[in-house]
Design a protein around this ligand. Sequence first.
Ligand SMILES: *Cc1c(COP(=O)(O)O)cnc(C)c1O
Length: 427
Amino acid sequence: MSDTPGFATRAIHAGSSPDPATGARATPIYQTTAFVFDDADHAASLFNLQTYGYIYSRLTNPTVAVLEGRIASLEGGKGATCTASGHAAQMLALFPLMAPGLEIVAANRLYGGSITQLGRSFQKFGWTTKFIDFDDLDAVRQAIGPNTRALFCESLANPGGVITDLEAIARIAEAANLPLVVDNTMATPALCRPIEWGATLVCHSTTKFLSGHGNAMGGAVVDSGRFNWTAAGHFPTLAEPEPAYHGLRFHETFGDMAFTVHGHAVGLRDLGASMAPLNAFLTITGIETLPLRMARHCENAVVVAKHLAAHPAVAWVNYAGLADNPYHARAHKYLGGQAGSVFTFGVKGGYQAGKTVVEAVNLFSHLANIGDTRSLIIHPASTTHRQLTLEQRAAAGAGDDTIRLSIGIETVADLLADLDQALAKAA
Ligand SMILES: *Cc1c(COP(=O)(O)O)cnc(C)c1O
């Protein structure tokens, strides 16, 4: 037996132990705002970050801490900071790295909401994002300048089915002495562990496959613990004295936990995007079955994608799980031969036919989410990618005729029958 327990064992046990106060085996929901101090000295040392413990649930909470330990273990990271949503996780991942006038080099094929967040809202903080085709490695190298502080991409992009060449991008980041931030929401650590390929930070919308049941918002930032924030010379937030903590230097003091401690002690303290204990509980419970669910999600997705590819009413299917897809080889290298359960297809008849299919399905739910046990359907051009320009939409793989599916874990024959009757109405 190896020293590190297997993935499925860690999905159930990592970060948790029976509750010390009651023996409760499932992680209790610590539905409390604050935690009583032993005495004044104990309180002072907690506030000085000299003692580890709980103060106030905006910073840390025991239920959330179990989830943080679990996600960090599954990703192979040193620590994690959970947040109110995936977008909050992206903000917390970049916050310690950035300052007004600094730049992010990001993939141009990202979840539409991330393009808007990085490209528009973060501009108000003075952070600029250059969107680059990450398949063009020279373009990525050329986009990096003296003000760049992070590279940002998705392991498996939502919804274009693009799989990033993580190893090559990580090498570029390393040569430039920059952290690589990878959004691993679509792949989950069950399929891909970006830290193994050189990522510095991994972020998640735990709202999707990790919680897995469409009932809990959340996010997480996982730190590999491998980046030398001091030696890089341009990350003062982590390397230089922090006035709010009596001149403490996070990297020098906390070593490979510096990013995670900062995420709580400064990021959550000041930005306030904390995860609710109930959502942490639901996500802990969801993760226990992550390996089983992902296997079934992927198995069903391959069957549905093959069925659609052979369907006379379908113009095209874009799914890296199909052998003729340009990203199929990368699915084998980075995702264990799987390609997740979210993919796009085009209906013959374009916009109008697409709209008909979305409205005609019965078992599929027409809504803006992915990674639910239930199968989901959406027309990105009129919803998730609506804020983008035509060019951005095309680059993100969300043209006018595009329908996005998130295949659930139902009986696959029922999914095929539902899509068939909807496609018949569109023909
Ligand atoms: C949904 C999603 C996000 C944003 O997460 P929220 O939990 O909705 O804030 C970020 N990245 C990807 C790939 C997503 O699918």
